[in-house]
Each structure stands twice: as C-alpha cells, then as structure tokens.
Design a protein around this ligand. Structure first.
Ligand code: FE2
Ligand code: FE2
Length: 357
C-alpha cells in the first residue's frame, strides 16, 4: 500500500467527509459536513441524554460529538472547520462543547473523588503509589492481548493504538501552554522525545508510519478511523482533550498525563509478547513499542519529580486539580479498556467460529 500523497500519519489524511452523527431517538444532535445544529438544539440533546438510563447510548452520543471537537481543536482534516474561519459555526460548536463536556465530567465518567492533599510532595508520592497498583495498569485487556487474542483481533488492536498515539505529540504540545518552572521542563522534555530529539525519522509518529508500512495497513487504518471503529476507541483522547482545551482544567491534564505515562511500559511489554506469540512482531512493528518501554518510565519519573519540586509553589486547589486529572485518567482508561476488551474478545471468538465451521 502506498502512503497517501501528503505522507502524513495522523488524521490529516482522513477524508473530509465524516459520517453524519445523530443521537438515537433524539432529533437534537446532528453533526454533518461542517455543520452542527444551533446551541439551543445541543442543550435539548443534553437534557435528553440526562434522561436516558442507558450508559452505552449516552456514551456513544457524547463521544461521537466529542470526536468532532477533538478534531476541531487540533485542526485536523476531519475538523468541520479545517482551513477556514466560520464564526457562526464555531460559536455553536464551542457552546455545545462546553455543555457536552459538563455532561461528560459530571454524569458519564465515574471519577473517584481525589484525596484531600495539599502538598506537592504528598501529591507526587500519592500518584507514584497509585501508578504501581491500579485497575488500568493491571487491566485484563492486556492479558488477553498477550495470551489469547487472535491475529485478526491484534490487527484491529494495532489500528486502535495507531489512532490513539498518532496525536500524542500535539497533545503534549498543548500540555506545555500555561505551565512554568520544573513542570514545564518535564513536559517539554517529553515533547522533545515525541519530536525525535530533533530528528524527523525518530518522531514517534514516524515510528507508527513504519508499523503501518510493514503491516501494509494505511488503508485499513483510514477505513477503521472513518467507518469501522467503535465509539469507545476515542474515550481517552476525548477526555484528555477536554482538559487540554479548557484553561480551568489545564492542571488536570498534567495529572492525567503523568498517570497515563506510568502504565505504558507494562502494557507495551504485553503487546510485544502478544505480537511475538502470533508471529506479527518484527523490528519495524516493534520500534514504537520497544522505545516506549524504555522511555516512558523515565517520563513518569520526570513528571512526578517535577511536581515535587515545582516553583512557584502550587496552591492546594492546583494540587487537587492534578490529582483529579490522575483519577480521571484511571476512570476514562478503564471505561475504554473494558469495552475494547469485550469487543476484541468478540472478534477473536468470531474468527474461531469461522475456523471451526
Ligand atoms: Fe511517544
Ligand atoms: Fe512518553
């Protein structure tokens, strides 16, 4: 498969047309090509969502809308406003964004309240301990990937990983804004790594390109992203973007990122073992995973070390925001992994049934 002409890995290669999104049983939410209903309609949709007891219907509608917002924030090709200004549309989008984010954080995402900690040192040590033992780190999705997933399921899982990780450098870049001192240094150090320490062929997105080249799956990724992926494949991307795009939640993003970096290595080790078990592993497929197994423990330690020694000192409210972000990372990641695990189990079982028939 040839690369697309712009050679890009991220969503820039996504076709501009997005499937129309419509909330089931609700006439209120529509996101078509560069179009969204007026904010009044979005408010009605949120009221309807609040009444619906089905967490899956609720989540699907929320995340389909937040997907559009994530693309809008970064200006990717699947943004309804790519390459142009549209004051009326953007006013409506931003108004609806705030309402849907409120719905997400207050009603849909089950975030455990953060502990009453005021000191930076205690907060760093709390996250350090939590990072060693939590349900996202030990999630059974990765035991399944390591020991049971079929080749078909693993190929789809690789697309999900590519789709999730192709945007990380832009997310880290947004994380930098508004920080100062050691915490800014820790994020910038991470961004420097994301951007290949100044070498284009070591950009982490370029390692993903190598994976796509060798698995001949550029077209498969494009199809998966635009047509086939389940709505829950974007939960973590969407929640992180809420934090990155709301100035009042920026420090939640720092806590989110520190937590998220902490489980990358143990997860990737299991992914590499799963790929090896099924014969899918080679150095081109593995370059992205192997490098992160080495560097993400360092990133975690830099992020938490910086929190410990941050100057100017953070207020209690700021420390609590970082802890809230760490807890939100746990909640969103488990929400995505639980569903992805069931989804991939279904794909593995379907393949086994076809083989037995
Ligand atoms: Fe990376
Ligand atoms: Fe990292």
């Amino acid at each position: 498969m040839k690369r697309p002409s712009n050679g890009a890995c991220r969503r820039k290669m996504t076709p501009k047309r997005r499937p129309r999104i419509r909330a089931q049983r609700s006439p209120s939410v529509e996101v078509g090509e560069a179009r969204i209903t007026p904010a009044r309609s979005a408010r009605s949709a949120v009221r309807w969502l609040l009444r619906d007891p089905d967490v899956e219907v609720h989540g699907e509608t929320l995340h389909q809308f937040l997907d559009v917002i994530s693309a809008y924030i970064f200006g990717y090709d699947d943004s309804p406003c790519v390459g142009k200004l549209d004051d009326a549309l953007e006013s409506q989008l931003l108004c609806a964004k705030i309402q849907f984010e409120r719905e997400l954080l207050d009603h849909w995402l089950p975030v455990v309240a953060e502990p009453d900690i005021a000191s930076q040192g205690e907060a760093a040590s709390y996250i350090r301990h939590l990072a060693l033992d939590n349900p996202a780190r030990s999630h059974r999705l990765f035991d399944f990937i390591e020991s049971e997933a079929t080749v078909d399921a693993l190929r789809i899982f690789l697309r999900t990983e590519a789709m999730r990780n192709e945007v990380v450098d832009d997310e880290v870049a947004l994380c930098v804004a508004g920080l100062q001192g050691p915490m800014k240094l820790a994020i910038v150090s991470n961004l420097w790594d994301e951007c290949g320490r100044g070498r284009l062929d070591n950009f982490h997105t370029y390692w993903l390109r190598r994976l796509l080249d060798v698995t001949d799956d550029w077209q498969g990724l494009r199809r998966y992203r635009t047509q086939e992926r389940p709505w829950f494949a974007q939960i973590t991307t969407n929640v992180f973007n809420v934090f990155l795009s709301r100035p009042g939640l920026r420090l939640c993003g720092y806590g989110w990122f520190a937590m998220n970096e902490s489980w990358v290595a143990p997860h990737f080790e299991k992914i590499v073992r799963g790929l090896t078990r099924t014969g899918l592993y080679n150095s081109e497929v593995g370059v992205y995973f192997d490098a992160h197994i080495r560097i993400d423990p360092v990133h975690t330690s830099e992020l938490l070390g910086a929190l410990e020694v941050q100057e100017a000192q953070l207020s209690k409210q700021q420390v609590r925001a970082i802890l809230r972000g760490a807890h939100a990372a746990l909640a969103a990641t488990c929400a995505q992994y639980d569903r992805m695990h069931r989804y991939l189990q279904g794909i593995s079982a379907g393949g086994a049934r076809r083989g037995a028939a």
